[in-house]
Design a protein around this ligand. Structure first.
Ligand code: 3EB
Length: 356
């Protein structure tokens, strides 16, 4: 009897077969050693005002934003049951199991001529060069942490400089900077460095837009000379008969206008309306059912004193015992428009058949 052919460990060779499962864990830093499999990468969220950067090649990188809740250092980690290899492409550090790929990069814009715009272009150019050498070229989700996001350099807000460099790198690499852009978030930190994290896979995700909002890649030029490059949400197979719905950073924007300026409670409610609209759009477009209470959320808050009000709205709208509320993390971070006080990003992983 050929024991190898019926071994449950046999690696599928059919490229259309369900890939090895990608796993997400949000857990206290100390518990990471107990996780099965190998780490692709992780964002370390800590209550330190300015977390110290780890070594450049470490798969665990601290986000330079203060964790407000929970109070214990927390990891957002992506794991694979496979074996991982690492590589470096310019400033981008990659960990991959041959199917899933996690990358991280950081650059100090003060160290490069061309400032933040150039730093954004440099990081994204390196991301695309790295992806071109891997069998997983499709970006699923990006996280951007922008130093002094609302500061003005040369009369143009840092976020707008960031958008110029990011969009140029997409176009230089021959990637669409409009329809089909990856899901993302971009928030401001007190750190000096621009940080970018990303997940990529072998298949392109399905981009989903929010009917209540103008697509960010079609924002009018009053928000900057080049539009932001992201889709409102992306649906991607993540192996193990499951798919992930990645909800990009979502804020109190209707059409393209900021709503409820100065009112953090109403901004939080508007944000939840936008997320609900996105979940409805995902249901319509891809028959994926994700209750809002089941999302894993990251809340970015401009002012620490707004924490009780935002938590109160989340408790009221999602239920104090919901998965969303129990697992939410809140970080102190500036939002990309000076008049926005809160932004929420989220994801859910659901069985393929459960979403049909
Ligand atoms: C917005 O809706 C809020 O530039 O990558 C949300 C998600 C926002 C992603 C980005 C910006 C980004 O425009 C800001």
């Amino acid at each position: 009897m050929n024991r190898r052919s019926d071994s449950p460990l046999a690696v599928p060779t059919d490229p259309s077969a369900d890939p090895t499962p990608l796993h997400f864990y949000r857990l206290p830093l100390g518990d990471v050693a107990s996780l099965p499999g190998a780490m692709l990468g992780a964002r370390l969220l800590t209550p330190a005002t300015l977390p110290l950067p780890t070594a450049a090649g470490s798969p665990v990188q601290p986000v330079y934003a203060e964790l407000l809740t929970p109070t214990a250092p927390t990891l957002d980690a992506w794991f694979t049951p496979g074996h991982v290899t690492t590589s470096q492409h310019g400033c981008v550090h990659i960990v991959s199991d041959g199917h899933w790929l996690h990358g991280s990069a950081r650059l100090d814009p003060a160290q490069s001529e061309g400032g933040l715009e150039h730093a954004a272009w440099r990081i994204y150019a390196d991301v695309f060069a790295a992806l071109a050498q891997h069998t997983s070229p499709h970006l699923l989700r990006l996280w951007n942490y922008v130093p002094g996001i609302n500061d003005h350099g040369d009369g143009l807000e840092h976020y707008r400089h960031f958008n110029v460099g990011r969009q140029r790198a997409f176009l230089d690499a021959g990637r669409s900077a409009f329809e089909g852009s990856p899901a993302a978030c971009a928030v401001g930190t007190a750190g000096k460095e621009l940080q970018v994290f990303f997940l990529a896979g072998a298949s392109a995700p399905l981009a989903i837009e929010n009917p209540r909002q103008v697509s960010a890649y079609h924002y009018p030029t009053q928000y900057g000379p080049r539009s932001p490059t992201f889709s409102r949400a992306a649906l991607a197979g993540v192996g193990g008969g499951r798919r992930a719905l990645f909800i990009s950073g979502t804020a109190s924007i209707e059409g393209h206008a900021s709503m409820h300026v100065g009112d953090v409670r109403k901004q939080t409610e508007e944000t939840l309306l936008n997320i609900t609209a996105l979940l409805d759009a995902a249901q319509q477009k891809a028959q994926v059912s994700v209750p809002i209470e089941s999302l894993s959320c990251t809340v970015y808050l401009r002012h620490r004193e707004d924490l009780p009000a935002v938590l109160d709205v989340l408790h009221q709208r999602l239920g104090p015992h919901s998965h969303a509320v129990r697992t939410a993390v809140v970080l102190l971070a500036d939002i990309c428009r000076a008049d926005l006080l809160v932004e929420i990003e989220a994801h859910a992983i659901v069985p393929v058949e459960g979403g049909q």
